[in-house]
Design a protein around this ligand. Structure first.
Ligand code: 5GP
Length: 210
């Protein structure tokens, strides 16, 4: 079956929406990218918007839409955002609707990699129509080690991220599924299974071999 035949056949059923949260530094990006390659269904990570500056190596429109505060507030005023939050008390982050609805209608599943505040908004807007997953870290000490190894934050930002992480970890129980990121292969395997199961439950047939 060609890809377009596949999408036409399945577009009657809205493709699933996944929300993945977890503390900063737990490894969400790596795990999601590998899971997207491993799942047997069409799945895309939504490119979300942020007002924080790009880190070295981050690509605009691929890793994030890097927006000015004015642009972000305009998008909010026009009702273009599915959810948004001020993360770490300073920067806006949010999901443009255009990154979600058109893909789901075309049979492509969407995964949002967002913070716990955003996840709560999605829960309120799409009750029963999304699968929420919390990526857990073995300990706060391990999280600090990973954040320091990443080397992207100065001490003040690192302290703020650790402080937020502690509060985020206390909210893991709000999520339908919890996946422990003790090792990347374990976490990828568990997340891939959850995603494959959700597509299957919606009657989707696998289109790719893993
Ligand atoms: P970072 O600055 O490390 O890229 O992201 C900081 C935090 O913001 C992460 O927990 C990330 O998942 C979250 N985040 C990224 N995009 C969004 C978004 O669109 N909405 C919300 N609520 N959080 C986001």
């Amino acid at each position: 079956m060609s890809q377009s035949e596949f999408f036409n056949r399945q577009s009657a059923i809205l493709a699933p929406l996944f929300v993945l949260s977890g503390p900063s530094g737990v490894g969400k990006t790596t795990v999601v990218e590998e899971a997207i390659r491993a799942v047997r269904y069409p799945l895309r990570r939504a490119v979300t918007a942020t007002t924080r500056p790009p880190r070295p190596g981050e690509r605009p429109e691929v890793d994030y839409h890097f927006w000015s505060v004015e642009r972000f507030v305009d998008a909010l005023d026009r009702g273009e955002m599915l959810e948004h939050a001020v993360v770490f008390g300073r920067d806006y982050y949010g999901t443009p609707r255009a990154e979600v609805d058109p893909y789901r209608s075309a049979g492509v599943g969407v995964i949002l990699v967002i913070d716990v505040q955003g996840a709560a908004q999605v829960r309120a807007k799409y009750p029963g129509d999304h699968r929420s997953i919390f990526l857990q870290v073995p300990s706060l000490a391990e999280l600090e080690r990973r954040l320091r190894a990443r080397g992207t934050e100065d001490e003040a930002r690192l302290a703020r991220r650790l402080d937020t992480a502690e509060r985020d970890l206390a909210r893991a129980g709000e999520f339908a599924d919890r996946v422990m990121n003790d090792t990347v292969p374990n976490a990828v395997r568990a997340l891939t299974q959850i995603i494959n199961d959700e597509f299957q439950a919606r009657g989707y047939e696998p289109c790719l071999t893993s």
